[in-house]
Ligand binder design. Sequence first.
Ligand SMILES: NC(=O)c1ccc[n+]([C@@H]2O[C@H](COP(=O)([O-])OP(=O)(O)OC[C@H]3O[C@@H](n4cnc5c(N)ncnc54)[C@H](O)[C@@H]3O)[C@@H](O)[C@H]2O)c1
Length: 386
Amino acid sequence: MKQHVGIAGAGSMGSGIAQVAATNGNPVTLFDTNSEALQKAQSSIQSSLDKLVEKNKIDKTQSNFIFSQIKFTDNINELKSSDLFIEAVIENIEIKQSLFKNVEGIVSDNCILATNTSSLPVIAIGAACNKQDRIIGLHFFNPPVLMHLVEVIPSFNTSEKVLTDSVEIIRQWGKTPVIAKDTPGFIVNRIARPYYGEALRIYEEGIADFATIDYAMRNIGGFRMGPFELMDFIGNDVNFKVTETVFTQMFFDPRYKPSITQKRLYEGKLFGRKSNRGYYDYKNSNQPQPSLDGNLHNQIFDRIFAMLVNEAADALMMGIATAADIETAMTKGVNYPQGLLAWANKRGLRTVYNKLDDLFAYYGEDRYRVCPLLRKLALNDEMFRI
Ligand SMILES: NC(=O)c1ccc[n+]([C@@H]2O[C@H](COP(=O)([O-])OP(=O)(O)OC[C@H]3O[C@@H](n4cnc5c(N)ncnc54)[C@H](O)[C@@H]3O)[C@@H](O)[C@H]2O)c1
C-alpha cells in the first residue's frame, strides 16, 4: 500500500531511507533545517540513482520517477500528510525529543512516528509526546539503499498494531525486519561489541599486532574485514562513541568496557580511512605484514569468537530477540559469514564454553563470565535452538 512518508534529517541515513521509500512507490517529504544538507541529499540521491541506471538495475524513466517522488523541504509543516514519519536527525536526545513533540502536533493521529536512532532509548525519544503508543524504532543500516536489515524496536509504550504495521511496511520495502527489545545497542550493536573490544584487548596485552589479528579473523573466521580495518572503515569516532554509549547504558558492565587505545585514537582524530590514519596509515603504501604463526591465528580467532557467542547467548537469554532474528541480524547487518548461534553449534558449545571458562579462570575478570544459558547447554551437550 502506498503511504506518504515524512523524513526528518537529510544526512546519509535520511536521504538513503528517502530513496528506499520512493523506490517502493511512496511519495516522500524529506525535511531538514539545513538547506546545504538538502542540496547535498538531492545530489547524493541523484548520483545513487544514476549508478543504478548504469548498472541496469533500473531504467532512466524509473530513476526520474523515483526522484520526482521526493520533495525536499526546510518547512516542517510539509510533513503534515505523512502516514509514516521517520526521524534521522543527529544523535542528540534533546533535539530528537523536541522534534517528536513538534511533529506530533503537525501529523494526523494515525501517523506512525519512528526513530532511526542507533543508541538512544526509543522510549526516551518519545517521552515528551502525548500519544506514545505510535512511537517505534526503525533502525536502518548504512547505506540504507544496499543494506537489507532493519531492526524494529517497540518500546514498552508501543502498540501491537504499530509493531505489526511497521514490520509489514519494512517487508513491503523489500527489507528484512528483525524485532529487538528497546535495550542498548539493540541486536547488532550489542552482539558485535567483542569483535572490536576483544581484538583491542588482545592487542593491548601484546599478544598480537593489528595486522595479525585482522589476518586471523579474515582467514580463520572468514570475516570480510578484520576488526581493525573494520573500525578504520566505520571510523574510530563513531565506533568509540557506540562502545561508550553501550557501556554507560549497561550500567558499566565490564563486558562492554571501552579501550584506552581506541580512546587515544579518537582523541588524536585518528579516525581511520576518513582521516587517512587510524590503526593503519593509509598514506603509506607499505602496510604492516601479519605474523604467519598459525597457532597464534587460531588462538586469536577462538578467543574473539567465544566472546561473540557469549554475547549472542546473553542476548538470547535476556530476550533481546529470537534466536532466528539474532542470526539474521548478524549476517545481514554486519555481514558475518554465519549466524553466531549456528556456528557455535557446529564448533561445539563445549569448546566455546571451555575457552571462556579458561579466560575467566586466567583473568578472574567479570568480563569473561560465561553466559548461564551457554553454560547450561554446553554442560548438557545441547545446542542452541534456532
Ligand atoms: N551513519 C550511520 O552509520 C547510522 C546508521 C544507523 C543509524 N544512524 C542514526 O541515524 C541518525 C542520522 O545519522 P546520519 O549519519 O544520517 O547523520 P548526519 O549527520 O549525516 O545527518 C543528520 C542531519 O540531521 C539534520 N538535522 C539536525 N537537527 C535537525 C532538526 N532539528 N530537524 C531536521 N533536521 C535536523 C542535519 O542538518 C543533518 O543533515 C542518527 O540518529 C544516527 O545515530 C546512523
